[in-house]
Design a binder for this molecule. Structure first.
Ligand SMILES: [Zn+2]
Length: 101
């Protein structure tokens, strides 16, 4: 990634009002050379299970799904706000991040 792109993304990210509260660090998924759009947190356990099943797990990059993210088996996190959801405006891929409190 070229430095100019990183700069552009950072300045864009600062202007975006709907940035989620990152509990540990800012780790916003990137896709199609752009930042993804934050779409909110799972509203309930059913939505959480869908996220775990369908969305791409992001942790400083696309990460393979660890079995601990099978929320049906291991239960919900303490707060659903630990799961932040994102969508790429360009290709509509969905991502999620998981930061423990
Ligand atoms: Zn994309």
């Amino acid at each position: 990634m070229k430095w100019t792109l990183i700069e552009a993304l950072i300045s864009k990210s600062r202007k975006t009002p709907d940035i989620p509260m990152f509990l540990q660090r800012v780790d916003r998924p990137l896709c199609c050379k752009d930042i993804t759009e934050f779409t909110g947190y799972p509203a309930n356990d059913d939505e959480l299970y869908l996220v775990g099943d369908q969305d791409i797990y992001w942790e400083e990059g696309v990460k393979g799904r660890a079995s601990m993210y099978d929320f049906r088996v291991h239960g919900s996190p303490e707060s659903l706000r630990e799961i932040a959801r994102f969508t790429c405006r360009h290709c509509s891929k969905k991502y999620f991040t998981f930061q423990f409190t």
